[in-house]
Structures are given as structure tokens and as C-alpha cells.
Design a protein around this ligand. Structure first.
Ligand code: NAD
Length: 327
């Protein structure tokens, strides 16, 4: 069937298919294909679109963040768009990324962090108080889910600065909470959740915040949106400052200079990730210097100064099967 399609027809087919999968994943929290299959099809689409610039379309799933803003929550327009990330899948692609950045930033350093498989969230504070939490939504507009986020014990409601603060990070369901939840679902003869990410997203978007409370979510924070207002110059300093303010920041991270160093660290964490109490589906590589980050800017839906390395498919699937066996 595939061989009969022209490349133009395949592009059209992939755009429709990926849009359908993204709606199932983001809006219904019920994916029908694996993330690896989605990523594979997305890579195929990107390669075909690069080959055929004349077929460029701003509506393509490669160019926009798909995610509905759910009814029932107040809609909030983000002061700065909440972005996705480009992907790399092997050492050569990490090298290409490093070389690309090195053309625009002098002697670049990179911070390598865990990539949590959860739900992106923005937190805002004014006069030292938490004011609201907003989901990524479609990147431009998100949902105000403050009542649910208040149920996450590790998120500070008060911080020691009167300046406005916005941090971004990931809300996730720890593996233990996920196992407990699916055990309960099975006992009650209710459908099991496909994975911790879908369970976390479903919990955060539940209008009844007691549901969220019982699901025992947690979060890590990895972007200090207005770090430069505080005189901070690097991602590393921003992470430390967030930690000092009381935000949960992951100590697993490394500042690297070369693609070799980055890859070695990714492999090291990849070997340990089965033992981590939360799911990671990859590692994020970010240019350390915040001014250089700003200069490099963004593409249609992702920053140019950062990328996500995705762990290989078979290991991820084995891990998911382990979880199902244990339910
Ligand atoms: P992404 O998950 O590949 O990467 C971007 C996200 O990573 C950010 O928005 C942020 O929330 C998160 N992130 C986690 N840790 C981070 C850190 N330390 N620093 C910065 N960001 C961090 O992109 P996406 O647009 O959220 O989703 C696309 C992915 O979702 C696909 O690659 C696929 O794996 C999955 N997906 C699957 C299906 C499916 O049907 N199975 C459909 C759509 C999307």
C-alpha cells in the first residue's frame, strides 16, 4: 500500500495520522500507538517535509503543538509560549546538535538533565505567594489547574522573594503511585491506566481536586522563566536558585562540553533509570548560557538551544511490560 503513494500523498497521510494520534494522547489521555511508533512517523514526516519545502504547511503536526484546552478550567494565555523539544536518537545526532550550537555560541557548555515523562506545567508567584499553575495546552493557551496543583505536597505555596517568579517543569506520577493506582483500578474492576504519563495528565485535568490528592503526584522544576531578572546567567545557576527558593530540582544533571561527555552521561543515567522512582523517556540537552539561549531563539515549536535525546524503543517497552506484570 505504502509503495503506491507518492511522497506528497504520504506527507498528507502522515499529517492526518499524527494529528489523530496527538489528539488521542493529549486530549483523551488514551494513546492507540506507542511513543516510539509516533516518534518514528514524526521523523519520517520531518524528513519528507525537508525534502519537499514546496509542500510546507504551518498546520502540519511537525510545526505546531497539538493540545486542546479542556473545558471546565479557566483559560490562561502564557506570557511566553510553552514549547516542545526537538529530538535526537543517537550519538551522531547529538554531535550534529552540538556542532550546530557551536556555530552560534562561543565555547558552549551544555546542561544534561532527565527528561520526565509527565505533564509540562508553569507556576507563578507574586509577593512570595503561589498564584497559579497553568498547563502547556496548545503552547499559547493553557488551563488554570491551580486547585489540583495545590494538592501536590512538594510544591511550595510561599517563597522567600517578593519579586514575580515563574518556573516551569513537569508534574508526574511516581512509579509507586502508578502501581498503587492501577492495583486499585483492578480491584474496583475499572480500566487500567496505560502509563504514568496518561494517569498524571488525567489526574491534573480532573475537575474534582480530591482525585488529584489521592493520586499522589510529584514534580520537578527545570526552567526559571525570569531567571535573568535575578541576575542569573546560566541554566545551572537557575536550577540552583530554584532549589534555594524551595522548588524540587533534580540533583541528577551534568554540565558537559563535548558530545562524547554528553553521550557518556546519557548512557550512565540510561543504565540506572529502571531504579529511578519516576519514569524518564530520555535526557534533555540545554545550552548553559542564558544569553546565548535567547540569541539562538526558537523554531516553530521548539527552542534551538536545547534538544531531547530519546531512549531506544525496546528498553522502554520492556520497562512498561514490567509494570503491567507487577499490577
Ligand atoms: P516531548 O515530550 O518530546 O518533549 C518536550 C517536553 O519535554 C516539554 O514540553 C517538557 O514538558 C518535557 N520535559 C521533560 N523533562 C524536561 C526537562 N528536563 N527540560 C525541558 N523539558 C522537559 O514533546 P511533546 O511535544 O510534549 O510530546 C511529543 C512526544 O509525546 C512524542 O515524541 C511522543 O513520544 C509522545 N506522543 C505520543 C503519542 C502517541 O500516540 N503515543 C502522540 C503524541 C505524542
Amino acid at each position: 500500500m505504502r509503495t503506491q503513494l507518492t511522497e506528497q500523498q504520504r506527507i498528507e497521510q502522515l499529517r492526518k495520522l499524527l494529528e489523530k494520534y496527538a489528539i488521542e494522547y493529549y486530549d483523551n489521555d488514551a494513546p492507540s500507538v506507542s511513543d516510539q511508533e509516533y516518534d518514528r512517523l514524526m521523523q519520517e514526516l520531518i524528513a519528507l517535509e525537508e525534502k519537499h519545502p514546496e509542500l510546507d504547511d504551518p498546520n502540519s503536526p511537525s510545526r505546531r503543538i497539538i493540545g486542546q484546552v479542556m473545558e471546565g478550567f479557566e483559560k490562561v494565555v502564557h506570557a511566553q509560549r510553552m514549547l516542545s523539544l526537538g529530538n535526537v536518537f543517537n550519538k551522531e545526532e547529538i554531535e550534529e546538535f552540538v556542532n550546530r550550537v557551536a556555530k552560534e555560541a562561543k565555547d558552549p557548555e551544555f546542561v544534561v538533565e532527565c527528561k520526565y515523562d509527565g505533564l509540562a506545567m508553569s507556576l507563578e508567584y507574586e509577593n512570595g505567594r503561589f498564584v497559579r499553575a497553568v498547563t502547556r495546552g496548545d503552547g499559547v493557551t493553557g488551563e488554570d489547574v491551580s486547585n489540583n496543583v495545590r494538592t501536590i505536597a512538594s510544591i511550595p505555596m510561599y517563597i522567600d522573594t517578593r519579586e514575580r517568579v515563574e518556573v516551569r517543569g513537569e508534574v508526574y506520577m511516581p512509579k509507586k503511585s502508578f502501581e498503587n493506582l492501577n492495583t486499585l483500578q483492578a480491584t474496583l474492576h475499572l480500566p487500567l491506566f496505560a502509563n504514568p504519563r496518561n494517569a498524571a495528565a488525567g489526574s491534573i485535568r480532573n475537575l474534582d481536586s480530591t482525585v488529584c490528592l489521592h493520586r499522589k503526584l510529584d514534580a520537578y522544576w527545570y526552567y526559571f522563566q525570569n531567571a535573568r531578572d535575578f541576575g542569573l546567567r546560566t541554566q545551572e545557576a537557575a536550577l540552583d536558585a530554584m532549589k534555594d527558593m524551595g522548588f524540587r530540582v533534580n540533583p541528577i544533571r551534568k554540565v558537559c562540553k563535548t558530545a562524547d561527555e554528553i553521550y557518556d552521561f546519557i548512557e550512565e543515567i540510561g543504565r540506572q533509570r529502571g531504579e529511578l522512582p519516576y519514569e524518564i523517556d530520555g535526557m534533555v540537552i540545554k545550552l548553559n548560557d542564558l544569553e546565548d539561549q535567547q540569541r539562538m531563539g526558537i523554531t516553530a515549536k521548539a527552542p534551538r538551544y536545547a534538544t531531547a535525546y530519546k531512549f531506544p524503543a525496546e528498553e522502554v517497552q520492556t520497562r512498561l511490560l514490567d509494570i503491567f506484570v507487577s499490577v
